[in-house]
Design a protein around this ligand. Structure first.
Ligand code: DI6
Ligand code: FE
Length: 415
């Protein structure tokens, strides 16, 4: 397992006295009692029981940090958020509690469109400043990689502004991936001209990509948003540029979106409450990750469960995420998502943690993280817990001591 050699010159740290939950194999927690992590710069150089520590890590050049019996897991990954936006939608929450549906509010011009108006009014710095405490809230529970979607700007300038504000969150000490979701809603200036707007979304993509703002392309394929034919056009533009795609699919109704996304080798299909058997088969075939969003399920008081047992049966990898956004999931707790993935979706605590680590990494096309194994990024969390299942068990209690992101301890952030 050792990859270090005598020629290593970088910063070398040995973290000892830990119970590791590596999630390194296909199943089980990958528990290593009395484990250690050897970190060189931003990489895990060696992971295993301290008794098997390679010779090269016993020298005076190695800083040793004893974790005193803490639990260590891979760093947490939120693979689906809409973290950058202006305003908030608590009035819409009240309306929904009085009986209006999410769909009705959207059709009446509220919903996503009201956030678009507030986001367009804000400048990049203001949007960034609004997003910082949201990112910090996620980091306080172990976030080390964050995906942020655009989709509240809906013009070239406003989408670029949001994506830039999102990218700057990387300065906080986490990895940020940005996804272009121009096809999220129809902006008012395109009323009645939906196909023209889709043309514009496709036309903006090369420019945004050139500015280094796009890691993946997403769309909202739904009755209240974009049709499968329109989604296909967005995906074709992405494919021309070699960009991976993701899809908000079957959230409110079955549009056969998952099968369409699978045809394009999508990294993930997200939401999926109304996913059909054919959609599951297509995702299994293409290796597309199912990203389940318990926060939106809960906050929209959805009663139709995503087909978890069938996804599991078909071998589709399942990730979970916050879907943080002001309309359908204004939550900022990764640990609550773990808990709700178990209580609402009947996932096991191990499946839920895989959903926030290894499978979330896969949903972002990032094979270099999500597990504790030599060669991967040194992103990990140090918890006051004896067993990893506790992470899904407590709610409203945060057992994180600190996280390490890219080999750097973020202790100061939490103290
Ligand atoms: N589905 C969602 O849950 C979010 N976007 C989407 O396509 C909600 C966005 C919002 O309501 O502002
Ligand atoms: Fe979403």
């Amino acid at each position: 397992m050792a990859t270090s050699t005598a020629t290593d010159t970088g910063r070398r740290t040995l973290w000892t006295g830990a119970t590791l939950a590596t999630l390194a194999g296909e199943r089980d927690w990958g528990l290593v009692p009395e484990g250690a992590l050897a970190v060189e710069d931003d990489r895990l150089a060696w992971v295993g029981p301290i008794a098997e520590l390679p010779e090269g890590w016993r020298g005076a050049d190695v800083e040793v940090i004893d974790l005193g019996g803490a639990l260590v897991t891979p760093g947490l990954i939120d693979c689906h958020t809409h973290l950058v936006y202006g305003g908030e939608r608590s009035a819409e929450f009240e309306l929904r509690l009085q009986g209006a549906t999410y769909e009705e509010i959207a059709r009446a011009g509220g919903g996503i469109r009201s956030t678009v108006a507030a986001t367009r009014r804000a400048g990049e710095d203001e949007l960034h400043a609004l997003a910082v405490p949201r990112a910090r809230a996620l980091m306080a529970e172990g976030l080390t990689t964050l995906e942020v979607k655009s989709g509240y700007g809906l013009s070239l300038e406003d989408e670029a502004k949001c994506l830039r504000a999102a990218r700057r969150l990387g300065e906080l000490g986490l990895s940020v991936r940005t996804t272009y979701l121009g096809a999220h809603a129809l902006p008012p200036e395109y009323e009645g001209r939906q196909d023209d707007y889709v043309d514009a979304v496709c036309a903006w993509l090369p420019e945004l990509m050139q500015q280094g703002l796009v890691d993946a392309v997403d769309a909202f394929c739904e009755r209240i948003a974009f049709s499968p034919a329109q989604t296909r056009r967005v995906f074709e533009s992405a494919r021309t540029l070699g960009l991976p795609v993701k899809l908000h699919a079957e959230q409110l109704s079955d549009q056969d979106g998952a099968a369409l996304a699978a045809e394009f080798g999508a990294l993930s299909c997200d939401h999926l409450e109304y996913l059909s058997d054919a959609g599951i088969a297509a995702m299994a075939e293409s290796g597309t990750v199912a990203v389940l969003l318990p926060g939106a399920f809960y906050f929209l008081r959805e009663t139709k469960l995503p087909p978890i047992a069938a996804l599991r049966e078909a071998g589709v990898p399942i990730a979970i995420a916050t879907d943080h956004n002001p309309g359908s999931s204004p939550g900022l707790s990764l640990l609550l998502m773990l808990n709700m993935a178990c209580t609402f979706f009947r996932m096991t605590p191990e499946e839920a943690l895989r959903g926030l680590t290894v499978n979330a990494a896969r949903a972002l096309g990032l094979p270099d993280r999500g597990r504790l194994a030599a060669g991967l990024r040194a992103d990990f969390c140090v918890w006051d817990a004896a067993h990893p299942r506790e992470l899904a068990y407590w709610f409203g209690r945060n057992p994180l001591r600190f996280a390490v992101a890219g080999g750097r301890s973020r202790m100061s952030v939490h103290q």
